[in-house]
Ligand binder design. Sequence first.
Ligand code: PMV
Length: 360
Amino acid sequence: MHVEEFIPNTPQKKIGEGSVGFTSPSNIALVKYWGKKPHQIPANPSISFTLNNCKTETFLRYTPKTSDGFSFEVYLDGKKQPEFRPKIEQFFERISIYSPFLANFHFDIETTNTFPHSSGIASSASGMSALAMCIVALEALVYEDSDAQFLKRKASFLARLGSGSACRSIEGGFVVWGAHSSILGSSDLEGVAFPFEVHEVFKDYQDAILLVDKGEKQVSSSVGHNLMHNHPFAKERFQQAHDHLDALIPILKSGDLNAFIHIIEREALTLHAMMMSSDPYFILMKPNTLKVINTLWSFRKETQIPICFTLDAGANVHVLYPKRYATEVEQFIQNKLSGYCQNGQYILDHVGKGVEPIKI
Ligand code: PMV
């Protein structure tokens, strides 16, 4: 593995205080990452698309310091969040070899999410990628000769060390993470833009996120990933992810929606099947998750509208559909599916761009 290219080898410049800011989107995986090796290396490749409306906005305010160690405060919506400290501390420790200047500053990390607080939507992908992008923006000030394309790659590399799937939120659109033999340039270390042709239908694909359960997950993703070690079906599952990604390449090009639906739903259900067959086993779906899926299947059968669902590591359901069916599908969601959501809540989103700087 070529992690060396991410270790700076030029002298640091002295800079004064200042701030940088970025927005970064959440992403939804089509082929799922579930299971990892040490150093946040995925056990299988995955592909996702970045969203447009579910974003984190982060400002990193930096003040030079001379004392040893990391010094930072984290704020969410202007309020100090001491409970976020351990995760950020661990992130800083993991990346300090790649960003040695971190110890030279005190940081105020100010963050807000555009999606409702405690909506059950993981903010780790958008949050960690926004923070990673802020850190490389600071790196560009601390080292000379940092080029923009390299810094974006490095942001993905660092984001991965904060939360695996966060590395797929730097680039926009369809992003692959994890080495795959058919995808030149794919890497276990960073997310890369899907390098093949994508049919028009997928360029503005819609994702309605149904908030079935907004509570804290009973089993965290990290525990779930770890349970793939010694999982009786791990080997077959990892191979299936490679095969699904291979199959998606021509499907994303041709726009074959039936074939797309088949893979996407199989991925979602396999992810949860892995959870249900882990030892210890667990279930993250709720009764309303299944009600949504069955109602969606009936709607698809009756109307022949090519909608499908995917799931992440939780009870919420992502309903995916082409933009040209937005009116009918959104009516169906409002009339039939919103009743299965907590307080009737859902978020309409679609394929979006990756990280973007915030003018300060
Ligand atoms: O990035 P993590 O460690 O929160 O894991 C994310 C795992 C899934 O959302 C279930 C799948 C994926 O590829 O995003």
